[in-house]
Design a protein around this ligand. Structure first.
Ligand code: 3HC
Length: 690
């Protein structure tokens, strides 16, 4: 055994205790320890049965993610742990609590019985790390829970609550004192001679056609992600192959995914999310109970809902009674929808609504610990609000702005003690989107910053700290991303071709589809973003002119409408015809732009801007930029974010593309000094992630 695993005696039952904080991850030492403990249990004539349990806050939450980058050859695997349990001649019952995930659930399923606390959850979230369950999970779960449920659980990675796990047959019993229950159950099994193994069971009867349809749905939804597709295939092996053959295939598939770029990227993101949420300052957060929101539009209402959902008391201030009524209507509509879809109970709806009060005077915020301003993006109007808040709130009340672009240092000037002012940039819809940019102006105190991070965590958001600049991290990256796409249009690409290239890269939606949905007309966007520095002679088709046409066309018929009605092909044809017409009138032949060139340029432009953001200290580390883009802007998680994607593509190539772009586009497109330095030193951005 090892320091991390011990064998305790509860009469004639041996209790194996894993004690490896914080989440009892199955590191090599833990795996070796459990195998040794099972050996001792089997050999000890004084013990008739065993229990597998954990110290601390949870049963095993999975294999140790940090060991995946450089696995040690010859070390005991999680499969070896399962094999030891399979071969144990005495029954072993797993005592589950907290989050029994991944390898943790796989080991539990190799035990002969499982009991769980009422609040416990189980799951196989490996697909979220670009993996599949690699220790028999794709084989044992279908035998316990059936093919359809196993497919759903494994390909979604969803956490399954105790009651559902019981109904599915994943666990055998629910009880509060889970250790006592497991000991009792193990002893009873020993007495009756029961030694049931999941591997020996047949998969319960299932509907093959429905299963195939579900597999196809997984393939459709994957949008470039490999893991769910391979995981679905592996569940299929449980239906068609002998256990050991299927296990060998599962193992090979796991190793191949583990060594691939997608899992590398998703593991990077897992660590990045946790690093971004850590406070960079030593100060203790202040307590926050009473909150205020100024402005009850879409953002303000969403923020109020997010606060009420997290248990904060909220006072929402609007300018007039009709505006209050409108805000209340928005908030009630959110909760009504949640109740209608079964996500929220009527009682919980009432409790949350009761936490939100309304007022028409800022004086109602006199007792607030935190106020979030969410009025229109107008500096002067926001300054007025901050000036007024400074007069009515306590001197230690934290004053936050939800601005997406504006200079928060200027807002802080309007307040008597500016160290209490910062940005809390929510994304729409604010009660749904996980990203929260915490914008750190020059004078904000450490305690205020620490409090903002703590509030972010309590809201169950993904906080990321950003410095003050135009657009902070996310919108500044987005601006370059959009601009380089607009250049592709000028080069001859059509909007739907740019969208297709980026969707092929894995983006949730191409930029023009997003613009359609958001109701922008393309012509407007183009006029705003045309780069005056570009040499007019080199500018191919005056697509910009055409785009203005298309914009009017869009206004009349609604590009978004066409897309929604499934008439995408029609609109693409109509747009193509317009371009051809405009080109012909000018005697120019449209040149196609290859998707690979669009992808490469978008990536280079983003990595380059990221490098500038880092050099200016607007982001603390490259992985924070990745977290922002993935959680707020639909960047594919399996690419890990643009900085990780840049590392994966090779920074020398990125720099070369950037030099090309600079030569064509001029001012504003210079290769970042940091990027040049990284390439010269042969380093990657991952080396800056501390
Ligand atoms: N390996 C290594 N470290 C892990 C870990 C893991 N599997 N799971 C969590 N940790 C670490 C986190 O990095 C964090 O470390 P830090 O304090 O130094 O930042 C710490 O544990 C606490 O984690 P969280 O901040 O995430 O704590 P929460 O309480 O919010 O969440 C959790 C706990 C639900 C367990 C969450 O951490 C989680 O989802 N973990 C990943 C679970 C997972 O994906 N398991 C499958 C692994 S792959 C596998 O098992 C392969 C197998 O099939 C062979």
């Amino acid at each position: 055994m090892t320091d991390l695993v011990r064998l305790e005696r509860h009469g004639d039952v041996g209790v194996i205790v894993i004690d490896h904080p914080p989440v009892n991850a199955l590191s090599i030492a833990v795996r070796e320890g459990v195998i040794a403990a099972v050996g001792l249990l089997a050999a000890d004539p004084g013990l008739v049965a065993g229990v597998l349990s954990c110290a601390g806050r949870t049963f095993v939450a999975g294999a140790d993610i940090r060991e995946f980058n450089a696995p040690r050859a010859g070390a005991a695997s999680t499969n070896d742990v399962c094999r030891a349990l399979d071969h144990c001649p005495k029954p072993v019952v797993a005592a589950l609590f907290g989050t029994t995930l991944g390898g943790g659930l796989e080991v539990a399923m190799a035990c002969h019985g499982r009991v769980i606390t009422p609040g416990g959850v189980v799951g196989l979230p490996e697909v979220k790390l670009g993996l599949l369950p690699g220790a028999g999970g794709t084989q044992r779960l279908p035998r316990l829970a059936g093919a359809a449920a196993a497919l759903e659980m494994i390909t979604s990675g969803r956490h399954v609550p105790a009651a559902e796990a019981l109904a599915l047959g994943v666990v055998d019993e629910i009880g509060t004192d889970v250790l006592a229950l497991a000991v009792e159950r193990a002893r009873a099994m020993a007495r009756s001679g029961a030694l049931p193994r999941a591997r020996d069971r047949a998969v319960p009867d299932f509907d093959r056609a429905a299963f195939e349809t579900a597999v196809q749905a997984v393939q459709r939804r994957a949008r470039g992600a490999q893991a769910p597709v391979v995981a679905a295939e592996a569940v299929g092996w449980a239906l068609d192959l002998a256990f050991d053959d299927a296990l060998a295939r599962e193992g090979a598939a796991f190793q191949s995914l583990r060594a691939g770029a997608q899992s590398r990227a998703l593991r990077h993101l897992f660590m990045a999310e946790r690093l971004a949420a850590k406070s960079p300052v030593a100060a203790e957060p202040w307590p926050v109970a009473q909150t205020g929101v100024v402005g009850g539009g879409t953002m303000g209402a969403g923020i109020a809902v997010a606060l009420a959902d997290a248990g904060f008391a909220v006072t929402l201030v609007e300018v007039s009674e009709p505006a209050v009524a409108a805000a209340r209507g928005r908030i009630e509509a959110v909760y009504t929808r949640q109740v209608a879809s079964g996500r929220l109970s009527g009682t919980e709806q009432q409790a949350r609504l009761a936490r939100i009060g309304y007022a028409t005077e800022l004086a109602a915020l006199a007792g607030a610990d935190l106020v979030i301003e969410a009025i229109i993006e107008d500096l002067a109007a926001k300054q007025d609000v901050f000036r007024a808040l400074s007069a009515v709130t306590r001197r230690d009340a934290i004053l936050a702005s939800n601005t997406s672009y504006l200079d928060i240092d200027v807002l802080a000037d309007a307040v008597d003690n500016p160290e209490r002012v910062l940005g809390l940039h929510f994304f729409s819809p604010a009660h749904v989107m996980r990203l929260l940019e915490i914008v750190r102006p020059r004078r904000v105190s450490d305690a205020v910053l620490a409090t903002a991070l703590a509030v972010g965590r309590r809201l169950r958001k993904q906080p990321v700290i950003a410095g003050v600049c135009d657009g902070f991290i996310g919108n500044r990256m987005l601006a370059k991303w959009r601009q380089i796409c607009d250049f592709a249009l000028e080069d001859g690409a059509l909007p739907h071709e740019v969208d297709a290239a980026l969707e092929g890269f894995g983006m949730a939606m191409g930029p023009y589809a997003v613009a359609d949905m958001a109701g922008l007309d393309i012509g407007w966007a183009m006029r705003k973003r045309r780069a005056p520095e570009r040499d007019p002679a080199s500018r191919y088709v005056p697509i910009a002119d055409w785009l203005c046409e298309a914009g009017r066309f869009g206004q009349k018929t609604g590009l978004g409408w066409y897309r929604h009605e499934g008439g995408k092909r029609e609109i693409d044809q109509a747009v193509t015809a317009l371009v051809e017409q405009a080109s012909a009138a000018r005697g120019i032949v449209r040149r196609a732009v290859p998707a690979a060139r669009i992808e490469a340029r978008v990536l280079a432009a983003m990595v380059n801007e990221g490098a500038k953001i880092l050099a200016e200290g607007v982001a603390l580390r490259p992985s924070d930029i990745d977290v922002v883009l993935v959680h707020g802007y639909g960047y594919p998680a399996w690419r890990g974010g643009p900085m990780q994607a840049g590392d994966e593509a090779g920074l020398a190539g990125i720099l070369a593309t950037m030099r090309e772009i600079h030569a064509e586009c001029g001012v504003g497109w210079e290769p970042a000094a940091l990027l040049e330095r990284m390439v010269a030193e042969g380093r990657d951005f991952a080396s800056l992630n501390v």
